[in-house]
Design a protein around this ligand. Structure first.
Ligand code: GDP
Ligand code: MG
Length: 177
């Protein structure tokens, strides 16, 4: 963009939620820096990372918030949700419990966030097909019932991570531009 490299038309806050160890931080690392680490430690102190994309000829800065080990029930503060226009609600396809906790996370999210928040249900670690504990059909059915977008991702293989954020950001753009 000649003469306008720093021009940002929109800033959209998106939050990552879901149980500990489902891969939230690695999904963010993949999206923001195209990095992945197999022994990721909880990042303390970093509230969010950003990446700027072009949507419909406008510069959109995505500000993606990641929890820093606050994933216990009700430990995520309302400041985390404040102003969020989108959310990735993440479970691990190999951990049934992380999927069973999704309704709780959804309830907490809906209790705190914007009325029009765009929510994507994300089944991460799709590379571990042989350890799958949550069927795609079950998740799809839940997503349809709750009016959520749904994708299975692999932060490790970079599958659908871009797609998940693009979908959420494009939908936010449609609502707020
Ligand atoms: P968080 O607690 O939700 O932020 O989870 P992390 O991003 O720290 O990931 C937890 C563990 O799962 C780490 O060992 C990651 O390397 C691993 N992990 C994250 N995403 C994937 C994935 O897509 N596939 C596989 N196989 N492992 C993953
Ligand atoms: Mg994390």
């Amino acid at each position: 963009m000649a003469g306008g490299a720093d021009k940002v038309d929109y800033v959209f806050k998106v939050v990552l939620i879901g149980d500990s160890a489902v891969g939230k931080s690695q999904i963010l690392a993949r999206f923001a820096r195209n990095e992945f680490s197999l022994d990721s430690k909880a990042t303390i102190g970093v509230e969010f990372q950003t990446r700027t994309l072009v949507i419909d000829h406008k510069s959109v800065k995505a500000q993606i918030w990641d929890t820093a080990g606050q994933e216990r029930y009700r430990a995520v503060t309302s400041a985390y949700y404040r102003g969020a226009l989108g959310a990735l609600l993440v479970y691990d396809i190999t951990k049934r419990q992380s999927f069973d906790h999704i309704p709780r996370w959804l309830e907490e999210l809906r209790g705190h966030a914007d009325k029009n928040i765009v929510i994507m249900l994300v089944g991460n670690k799709s590379d571990l097909e042989e350890e799958r504990a949550v069927s795609t059909e079950d998740a799809k059915e839940f997503a349809e019932k709750e009016n959520l977008f749904f994708l299975e991702t692999s932060a490790l293989q970079a599958t659908n991570v871009e797609n998940a954020f693009q979908t959420v950001l494009t939908e936010i753009f449609k609502i707020h531009s």
